[in-house]
Design a protein around this ligand. Structure first.
Ligand SMILES: C[S@@+](CC[C@H](N)C(=O)[O-])C[C@H]1O[C@@H](n2cnc3c(N)ncnc32)[C@H](O)[C@@H]1O
Length: 262
C-alpha cells in the first residue's frame, strides 16, 4: 500500500519551520563552500533568461532553500517543490507557507516511474536542483533529466548545482577538492555550524517531526549512496535527454552549476 502523503499528517508552525530552514542553510554551507554564490548564479540565469512570472520546479527541495530564494527574489514567480523525505517536506511546507498559493510542496520519489504526474500536466519554465541528484544512479539521473525535458517548453532551462567529483584522470584536482571540503567543514563546525545529523537531532525536538523519523528511515533504507557522476556524464545525459544546449554557468573546484536549455 502506498503510504499517505506524509505532509498531510500534521503541520509545523511557520516560525519553527523558518528557524529549521535557516539552520539547514547553515549546515549545508558547511558542506558547500560557496553555496550562496551558486544560488546567485542560478537566479541570475532566471533573471536574464526566464519570464518574470515564471514557475519553477524545485527537484529534491529539502526544506525549500531554492524555492525560498526564488519566491523572495521574483515576486511574480510560483514554485512546485518536491522531495521524498517526510521530515524535510513538513519543514518545507511550514517554511514556505508565507508565500501562500505561490508555493506548492509535493511528496515525490524521483526514482519512481511517472513521478512527474504530481505536476498534473502544468508547465514549468525552469527546473532547479541543488546538492541532491547525486542520490540517483546514472540510469535514474538520465530518467529524471528526460522527465525534466518533457516538462519544459522550448527555451526552458534546467539548472543543477552539485559537487561533480573529479575522476581518476585528474588526481591532483581530486585531492585538492577533497582537502578543500575537509577544511571548509572543519572551519564551519568550529564556528558553530550544525552537521547534517545535528540538524536532524534539532528537528526531532519538534513532536510534529519526531514522529516522521521511522517513515523517513523506511523510505531511504534501500537507497545506498551512489558513485558520483562526473560533469561529462551530466552534460552527455542532458543532451541525450533532449536538451538543445548544455554547459556550466558556475564552477568552484568540483562544485558546479550545470545548465541545460530545451
Ligand atoms: C542535501 S539535500 C538538498 C536539499 C536542497 N536542495 C538544498 O540544497 O538545500 C538532498 C535532498 O535530496 C532529497 N532526495 C534524495 N533522494 C530523493 C528522491 N528519490 N526523491 C526525491 N527527493 C530525494 C532528500 O530528501 C534531500 O532533501
Amino acid at each position: 500500500m502506498t503510504p499517505p502523503d506524509a505532509t498531510d499528517l500534521g503541520v509545523l508552525d511557520q516560525p519553527a519551520a523558518r528557524r529549521l530552514l535557516n539552520l539547514w542553510n547553515g549546515q549545508q554551507a558547511a558542506y558547500v563552500a560557496h553555496r550562496d554564490h551558486r544560488f546567485e548564479a542560478m537566479l541570475d540565469v532566471l533573471r536574464l533568461h526566464s519570464p518574470h512570472d515564471l514557475t519553477i520546479l524545485d527537484l529534491a527541495c529539502g526544506p525549500g532553500a531554492i524555492t525560498d530564494r526564488v519566491l523572495a527574489g521574483f515576486p511574480h514567480a510560483s514554485a512546485v517543490a518536491v522531495d521524498y523525505d517526510p521530515i524535510l517536506l513538513r519543514v518545507a511546507r511550514g517554511a514556505l507557507a508565507g508565500y501562500g498559493s505561490r508555493a506548492e510542496v509535493h511528496d515525490v520519489d524521483l526514482v519512481a516511474d511517472g513521478w512527474e504526474e504530481a505536476l498534473a500536466g502544468r508547465t514549468v519554465d525552469a527546473v532547479l536542483s541543488s546538492t541532491a541528484l547525486h542520490w540517483l544512479s546514472p540510469e535514474q539521473l538520465l530518467r529524471v533529466y528526460r522527465a525534466a525535458a518533457r516538462l519544459l517548453p522550448a527555451g526552458g532551462v534546467l539548472l543543477n548545482a552539485d559537487h561533480l567529483r573529479y575522476d581518476e584522470s585528474t588526481p591532483s584536482l581530486r585531492e585538492i577538492a577533497r582537502r578543500h571540503d575537509a577544511w571548509v567543514q572543519q572551519e564551519a563546525f568550529a564556528a558553530g555550524a550544525l552537521s547534517y545529523s545535528d540538524w536532524y537531532a534539532q528537528a526531532a525536538r519538534h513532536p510534529e517531526l519526531a514522529g516522521l523519523a521511522v517513515e523517513r528511515e523506511r523510505r531511504f533504507a534501500d537507497r545506498p549512496p551512489q558513485a558520483l557522476a562526473p560533469l561529462d556524464f551530466h552534460l552527455a545525459a542532458l543532451r541525450a535527454a533532449g536538451f538543445a544546449e548544455v554547459g556550466t554557468v558556475w564552477q568552484y573546484l568540483d562544485d558546479h552549476v550545470v545548465f541545460a536549455r530545451r
